[in-house]
Write a protein that binds this ligand. Structure first.
Ligand SMILES: Cc1cc2nc3c(=O)[nH]c(=O)nc-3n(C[C@H](O)[C@H](O)[C@H](O)COP(=O)(O)OP(=O)(O)OC[C@H]3O[C@@H](n4cnc5c(N)ncnc54)[C@H](O)[C@@H]3O)c2cc1C
Length: 384
């Protein structure tokens, strides 16, 4: 990393820490429990440029590295994991345009994504498929200079309060293999783009995740990302590596939150005449929790560095995502044990970590899928 980037990163992380302390931490608990969308916080995130943090400066973004982005996401998730999702799927959409869009699409959309004027995420999952994306049924039929979209999507984050999606559709349902008939559209809300309902969730609350229905929804043909049909699955899958690094960084944040809360609690809670941190059973848990946090951090840094260098990093991102999110789940569970009955109380944040962590093992490719990716890459990179 050069000096300019170092300095930029220090300033940015410092600003994030101050923002989280002042504008998020005091309100997160109530917003989360009430499942209220954090509108004022999102406005401040816009002002700080977070919606454009990895968009190139020439398009109005901050042009930060993925490594810095991951550190920002870790910090945000340490305080309230839901907020990181508001940025993440938006930036997967933006990075699909940045990487695969035509020059005209980049010029038109990236500045609007960077400012947060257009905000949203990715519409991939459907009621019948999430992991197996080639099974999607949403179609986009070309009619003149428009696509007419019909179908349904589910679990789409940022789709109620956001106004744009990178939408995965079938432009040709007959071609084999199926991915050759899949395309990605920049889909701004308009007639026929309907939010059917907001989904109720165990955790990851405050953020809008919805079911969508498309009925003769028209998208101008020049919003086909890259201008060529049949490339959508590849375009979105290469963006998911960024998403996986982000989810891994969220895992570090939640795992660290669980550790730090437990470490503090274990020093003030006494049983049998001494703080519980002096009981060996608690010490073993704290030691393992801290080791998981450090190991997860290193895996995330490793994957982010590879991504920044433009190296192939599906295995690295997969390892980081798998390990860090399992660490979050394990640390959240152990934090609950360390807090005893208080861990089960809604007054403490520990129960939130326990509800938030399971999402991380599902989103951006389940951890079963991550292990399959890792194993395939191991074989491909080590032929005999
Ligand atoms: C809170 C939340 C927010 C989300 N936000 C978004 C979003 O913004 N946009 C979006 O498009 N999607 C979103 N999703 C959907 C998410 O990406 C999917 O839930 C995820 O990809 C898994 O798909 P599925 O739920 O259909 O499970 P399935 O694919 O049906 O998988 C079910 C189980 O089978 C396992 N499995 C599947 N295939 C294999 C295989 N080949 N080998 C071994 N095991 C396998 C899975 O690991 C899992 O354990 C969100 C989900 C949640 C819960």
């Amino acid at each position: 990393m050069n000096d300019k980037t170092d300095e930029q990163e220090i300033l940015m992380l410092d600003m994030i820490d101050r923002f989280l302390k002042k504008e998020v931490e005091p309100y997160a608990h109530k917003l989360e429990h009430d499942d209220t969308y954090p509108e004022e916080i999102v406005e401040k995130m816009k002002e700080m440029g977070l919606f454009g943090c990895i968009i190139k400066e020439e398009y109005g973004g901050l042009g930060l590295s993925t490594t810095t982005y991951a550190r920002i996401i870790e910090r945000i998730s340490r305080i309230w994991m839901s907020l990181s999702g508001i940025v993440n799927s938006h930036l997967i959409m933006a990075s699909a345009v940045q990487r695969a869009g035509t020059e005209a699409q980049k010029a038109e959309f990236l500045p609007r994504f960077a400012s947060g004027e257009l905000r949203g995420g990715v519409g991939l999952t459907e009621p019948n498929c999430g992991t197996d994306l080639q099974a999607i049924r949403t179609t986009a039929k070309r009619e003149g200079d428009e696509y007419v979209v019909n179908g349904a999507k589910t679990w789409i984050t940022n789709s109620m309060y956001g106004n744009c999606l990178a939408l995965l559709v079938k432009t040709d349902s007959k071609v084999e293999p199926h991915h050759r008939g899949m395309s990605l559209l920049i889909a701004e809300k308009g007639p026929g783009f309907k939010v059917a309902r907001k989904l109720e969730k165990l955790g990851y609350r405050g953020i809008d995740t919805c079911e969508l229905v498309f009925e003769d929804y028209r998208v101008p043909a020049d919003r086909l990302i890259g201008g060529q049909e049949g490339r959508g699955l590849q375009q979105i899958l290469s963006g998911l590596e960024l998403g996986r690094i982000n989810v891994a960084a969220r895992g570090v944040g939640v795992a660290r939150a669980a550790l730090e809360d437990s470490l503090a609690y274990a020093q003030v809670r006494t049983t049998f005449g001494k703080p519980i941190c002096e009981h060996q059973a608690i010490q073993l848990m704290l030691a393992e929790m801290a080791t998981r946090v450090e190991a997860s951090k290193l895996l995330v840094e490793n994957a982010a560095r590879a991504y920044d260098k433009g190296e192939r990093c599906d295995m690295e991102a997969g390892m980081a995502k798998y390990f860090a999110t399992e660490a979050a789940l394990k640390n959240a569970t152990e934090a609950l044990r360390i807090h005893g009955g208080y861990g089960y109380s809604k007054e403490y944040n520990v129960e939130r970590y326990y509800r938030d962590a399971p999402l991380l093992i599902i989103g951006e490719g389940t951890n079963e899928l991550q292990r399959i990716i890792i194993a395939r890459q191991l074989v491909e990179r080590n032929p005999v």
